[in-house]
Design a protein around this ligand. Structure first.
Ligand code: 13P
Length: 256
């Protein structure tokens, strides 16, 4: 890998899987073994919170970053059931998925997401900010949807901190689907995401911002999406808990 080359980033979003710690440990050690052999790919695993602490405190964690799938925006206090970014930071978490469409579906608004993004950034953690349209229409209204999600979710962010944000473009209709978005269209969408960021934070910052793609990625399509979609990495759902598939995906991406 050339010195000035950015590492590709593969984020495994395990969602609410698997149901037992033993199985989680098995998946994690296999991924760790593969991750330690990669040269141009950084792996971030976002397991359910119960397993986050276990993995984040494990001393052999080095080739993998541990992320959470959610966070609350207040630092501490009377917020039953919530976890703060300070708590995550204290156990060694350095990435947090924010605004996943599955959480937006549960009622999370752009306003809430913007507070979460800010809380995470102030703690020195990278938010992996998910945006994406529910459907595509012939009039291109989905572009307005995307633009307003990005603008509102980053409303509290400053030029100083935007470089820490990782954008994850996940068209909702491709999540859990059979096929991903066409890589040529992924490329257009990644340009669009950067354009909105450029309008808000300037061209230089936009060019530095990492943009990932998520939705129906697997070991077969991963390298095409990186190559032709010109994204900085992937946010992987199902395939991230399927060990053989994920191991192949990591190898394929590393070879790009
Ligand atoms: P799938 O890869 O299972 O389609 O899920 C994508 C996703 O939601 C990742 O956050």
């Amino acid at each position: 890998m050339k010195k000035d080359m950015k590492k590709k980033i593969i984020v495994g979003n395990w969602k609410m899987n698997p149901i037992a710690l033993k199985e989680a440990m098995k998946i994690f050690s296999s991924v760790r073994r593969t991750a330690s052999k990669l040269s141009s790919t950084h792996v971030v695993i976002c397991p359910p919170l119960l397993y986050v602490q276990k993995f984040a405190s494990s001393r052999a964690v080095s080739p993998i970053s541990i992320g959470a799938q959610n966070v609350f925006f207040e630092e501490q206090g009377h917020f039953t059931g919530e976890i703060s970014s300070s708590m995550l930071k204290n156990i060694g978490v350095n990435h947090v998925i924010v605004g996943h469409s599955e959480r937006r579906e549960m009622g999370e608004t752009d306003e809430i997401i913007s507070k979460k993004v800010q809380a995470v950034l102030e703690m020195g953690i990278h938010p992996i900010l998910c945006v994406g349209e529910k459907e595509r229409d012939v009039h291109g209204l989905y572009l307005d949807v995307l633009k307003s999600q990005i603008k509102n979710s980053l409303a509290k962010t400053t030029k100083k901190l935007i470089g820490q944000v990782i954008m994850a473009y996940e068209p909702v209709w491709a999540i859990g689907a059979k096929e991903p978005m066409d890589p040529a269209i992924i490329q257009e969408m990644a340009i669009f995401v950067r354009k909105v960021i450029s309008d808000m934070f300037g061209h230089e910052n936009a060019m530095k911002t990492l943009v990932l793609y998520g939705g129906a990625t697997n070991f077969r399509n991963a390298s095409d999406i990186i190559n032709l979609g010109k994204v900085d990495g992937l946010l992987v759902g199902r395939e991230s808990v399927n060990v053989p598939g994920f191991v192949e995906l990591l190898k394929a991406v590393d070879a790009v």
